[in-house]
Design a protein around this ligand. Structure first.
Ligand SMILES: C[S@@+](CC[C@H](N)C(=O)[O-])C[C@H]1O[C@@H](n2cnc3c(N)ncnc32)[C@H](O)[C@@H]1O
Length: 267
């Protein structure tokens, strides 16, 4: 099977700043990792499953791969499962309706008054999926509330090969590492960063260190990729798994931070 050179822009229905779609291009394009050898790609900290989406495009929209996405955001998982249950026409309609509502306000209005607009809209829109998109795409750390003019059917097609599961994976890490303990699996870990995300994730246990150690140090068969901002302790412990370091640009604050990609990869 041939692989494809990835187009940089391929907007998803959710505009999430932390997406690993673009970053995966930066991490893996040009390297000779043969992702095609693997059957399943698991993202315990799913978000917009940017790594899985990268793999899907990289491998030319394969029909023989599985993408398993976990998240402890119940609404997010429900939203994805709703999309999975839609027809092509329903998905396009969702996309168009969302655009229609959002484009009633111009950029400046959104910028100045975004939170009030959302509050107003929330009371008037019955469609739960559109409500979810409006709220999620307008959180302070989101780039923009705009969708592409046209719905991206490539992502819609990918949903057929995805499973979305609601779970607190920090509490269930044994389950995750045991269930996906096969050599044809890649587990991709992109958790909230230790020390940095305390506010955003105030109500959840973010001590996933045991999970990470369990993935890397014990004798599990699965392959693991783990992305984290530079942290001395992690670098020290996972030193032999360091695959790449890169400068990550945070566009809102226009500042760069060093990030590390660790990889336990069996050829
Ligand atoms: C840094 S984001 C992942 C971004 C993702 N790689 C992407 O491309 O969009 C972290 C995600 O982990 C989820 N999360 C945080 N704590 C979790 C937990 N204990 N169990 C499962 N998911 C969790 C958050 O809801 C968020 O979607």
């Amino acid at each position: 099977m041939t692989t494809t050179k990835i187009k940089k822009l391929n907007p998803f229905i959710i505009n999430y700043l932390g997406t690993k779609y673009r970053e995966s291009i930066q991490h893996f394009e040009g390297d000779d990792i043969d992702f095609n050898k693997y059957k399943s790609f698991v993202e315990p900290f799913g978000g917009t499953f940017g790594f899985s989406r990268y793999i899907y495009m990289k491998l030319n929209k394969p029909t023989d791969k599985k993408f398993i996405i976990y998240d402890n955001d119940k609404e997010l998982i429900t939203f994805y499962n709703n999309i999975k249950g839609m027809t092509k026409e329903e998905y396009e309609e969702l996309h168009n309706k969302y655009n229609e509502i959002v484009n009633k306000y111009d950029e400046e209005e959104w910028h100045k008054n975004g939170f009030n607009i959302i509050r107003e809209l929330k009371g008037t829109i019955e469609d739960k999926n559109i409500n979810f998109m409006i709220v999620l795409n307008n959180k302070p750390n989101m780039i923009s509330r705009k969708c592409n003019k046209k719905a991206n059917m490539e992502w819609f097609d990918m949903f057929k090969y995805c499973e979305f599961k609601y779970m607190n994976v920090v509490n269930e890490y044994e389950y995750i590492t045991t269930t996906h303990n096969t050599k044809d699996t890649i587990i991709y870990l992109d958790p909230p960063y230790i020390n940095n995300c305390n506010e955003q994730y105030a109500d959840v246990n973010i001590d996933y260190s045991e999970f990470i150690i369990n993935c890397f140090i014990n004798k599990k068969k699965s392959n693991v990729i783990f992305v984290h901002e530079r942290n001395f302790l992690l670098l020290h412990i996972l030193n032999k798994y360091l695959y790449k370091s890169y400068d990550k640009l945070y566009p809102l604050r226009q500042r760069k931070k060093i990030h590390n990609v660790f990889m336990k990869y069996k050829v």
